[in-house]
Design a protein around this ligand. Structure first.
Ligand code: PMP
Ligand code: GLN
Length: 427
C-alpha cells in the first residue's frame, strides 16, 4: 500500500477555488456574488429552442452527434465568426464544439504543450490555466498587469484599463522555450478589455518568437461604455497561430449548459480534435441544437437593438454601475470594469474586522472572504485566487464580486454592506 495511487501530474493541483467557495456559499445562507453565473434566466428564445429540441419530432437529438460539433452548430458558428473575423471558415475544420470553454482550454494545453514547454500567463488570470498547463507537463511563466501609478488620484475610482502590462517585462518572458501565451480579454477577474495597442504588442511578440496564442474570449459580448472587443485572431499574422475560445454559457446566460467552442486554423484545430475524440468525444446534442438556433437568431438580428448580444451588455452595464455605486458608498472602493460579469473591490477599509495573521499560508483576502461568507452572509472571491502561488500576496486586499445578478440580489448585497458599514462607524 506504499505506492501512491495518484499520478504525479496531480501533485499540487488538488485545491480548487470554485469547489471551495460554492460549498461555502451553500453551507451558509448567503447572498452569492461569488462564482460567476447569472441568477436571471436565459432569453426565452433560447429556452424555447431547448424545449423544441428536447420534445420535438427529431428523436435523433437524444443520440450521439458528430464528435467535433453538431453539424447545425458548427455551420452557424462558422458563418457567425467568419463574419466577425472577415474570413471564410470551414465548419468542419475551423470550428470545434467542446464541453464548455473549460474543455476547450483543456484540449489546447493537451494538444500543444509538451514536457518543459513554457506558457505565458497574464496575472491576474482565470485560475484553471495554471493547473491545466502543469497537467500537460508545461511550465507556466507569469507576467503581471499592474495598476499604473497615479490612476487613483483626485478621489477618482480606478478603471480596469489602469491595469497594464509593462512592454519590456512582457517581452522578457518570451524565449525559444515559449510555446504559447494565454490571453483573456475581456479579463476575468479584473474586467479589463485589452486595447488594440496592447493586443498588437502581444501579437508582435507571438509572431517574432513563433508562439501560439490561446485566446479565451468567453466574455466577448460583455463589453461596456461603447468599448470595442478586438479579436486577436484578426490582427496581422495571428490567424494562423491563434485558437479563439467562446462559451454559450456566457453568450446566452446559460452557464449550466456547458457548450463551448474553438475557432482557428485547421493546422491547430486538427490537434484539438485528437484530444477531444480521445476524451469528452462530444457535448450534449440537444444543448448544441438549441445553441445553434440561438446563433441563427443572433445572425439574423446582428447589430440590431433586438439582438441579445446588444441587449445583454446594456443590462449588465446598469448592474455594474449599480454595484460600483453601492460599493463606493460604503468605502469598498471598486475598480470599474470595462467588461465581464465581475468587478474587483478594495477591502482595506474593512480590514479591521478580520485580523491579519502574519506568516499565515493563507493570503489575507482569502481569510477575509471566508469570514465574510460566514459572518455577513455575503460571498465574493478573493483576488489571490487569480494569482500563482508565489504571487498570491502581491494584491491581497481585493475581492471579486459578480454583478450578473437580479436587482433583488444586488440590493440584498448592498443592504448587507450598508449595515456592516453602519455597525463599524457606530463602534
Ligand atoms: N474562461 C473564463 C475566463 C471563464 O471565466 C470561464 C468560466 N465561466 C471559462 C473560461 C469556462 O467557461 P465554461 O463555463 O463555458 O466552461
Ligand atoms: N468562470 C466562473 C467564475 O470565474 C466560474 C468557473 C467555475 O465555476 N469553474 O466565477
Amino acid at each position: 500500500m506504499s505506492r501512491p495511487v495518484q499520478a504525479r501530474r496531480l501533485e499540487g493541483i488538488d485545491k480548487n477555488i470554485w469547489v471551495e467557495f460554492v460549498k461555502l456559499a451553500a453551507t451558509y445562507s448567503t447572498v452569492n456574488l461569488g462564482q460567476g453565473f447569472p441568477d436571471f434566466p436565459p432569453p426565452d428564445f433560447l429556452k424555447k429552442a431547448f424545449v423544441r429540441a428536447l420534445s420535438g419530432e427529431n428523436h435523433m437529438l437524444h443520440q450521439y452527434t458528430r464528435a467535433f460539433g453538431h453539424p447545425p452548430l458548427v455551420k452557424i458558428l462558422a458563418q457567425f465568426f467568419g463574419k466577425l473575423l472577415g474570413r471564410d471558415l470551414d465548419p468542419m475544420t475551423n470550428v470545434m464544439v467542446t464541453v464548455g470553454a473549460y474543455q476547450a482550454l483543456f484540449c489546447c494545453f493537451q494538444a500543444f504543450v509538451d514536457e518543459g514547454d513554457e506558457v505565458i500567463i497574464i496575472e491576474p488570470f482565470f485560475d484553471c490555466y495554471e493547473p491545466m498547463v502543469k497537467m500537460a507537463g508545461g511550465m507556466p511563466v507569469f507576467v503581471p498587469l499592474r495598476p499604473v501609478s497615479g490612476s487613483e488620484q483626485n478621489g477618482k475610482l480606478m478603471s480596469s484599463a489602469d491595469w497594464q502590462l509593462d512592454p519590456a517585462e512582457l517581452a522578457s518572458k518570451f524565449s525559444e522555450r515559449t510555446k504559447a501565451i494565454v490571453l483573456n480579454s475581456p479579463n476575468n477577474p479584473l474586467g479589463k478589455v485589452f486595447s488594440r495597442g496592447e493586443l498588437e504588442l502581444i501579437a508582435d511578440l507571438c509572431v517574432k518568437h513563433d508562439v501560439l496564442c490561446i485566446s479565451d474570449e468567453v466574455y466577448e459580448w460583455l463589453v461596456y461604455d461603447g468599448k470595442e472587443h478586438i479579436r486577436i485572431a484578426s490582427l496581422q499574422g495571428m490567424w494562423d497561430r491563434t485558437v479563439t475560445i467562446g462559451s454559450a454559457g456566457k453568450s446566452f446566460s446559460a452557464t449550466g449548459w456547458k457548450v463551448g467552442w474553438t475557432v482557428g486554423p485547421n493546422r491547430l484545430l486538427q490537434h484539438l480534435r485528437t484530444v477531444h475524440q480521445n476524451s469528452a468525444y462530444h457535448c450534449a446534442t440537444v444543448a448544441q441544437e438549441a445553441v445553434a438556433q440561438g446563433f441563427q437568431r443572433e445572425l439574423e438580428l446582428y447589430g440590431k437593438p433586438e439582438s441579445y448580444f446588444i441587449q445583454l451588455p446594456k443590462e449588465l452595464q446598469q448592474k455594474r454601475d449599480w454595484l460600483v455605486q453601492s460599493l463606493d458608498a460604503v468605502g469598498m472602493k471598486p475598480i470599474i470594469p470595462e467588461g465581464t460579469y465581475f468587478l474587483v473591490a478594495d477591502i482595506s477599509e474593512f480590514k479591521s474586522d478580520v485580523s491579519d495573521v502574519p506568516d499565515s499560508d493563507e493570503p489575507y483576502d482569502s481569510r477575509f472572504a471566508k469570514w465574510m461568507v460566514k459572518n455577513k452572509g455575503l460571498a465574493a472571491i478573493p483576488l489571490s485566487a487569480f494569482y500563482c502561488g508565489a504571487h498570491k500576496n502581491n494584491y491581497n486586499h481585493f475581492i471579486r464580486f459578480c454583478f450578473a445578478k437580479e436587482e433583488a440580489t444586488l440590493k440584498a448585497a448592498s443592504d448587507i454592506l450598508q449595515k456592516w458599514k453602519r455597525e463599524k462607524t457606530s463602534r
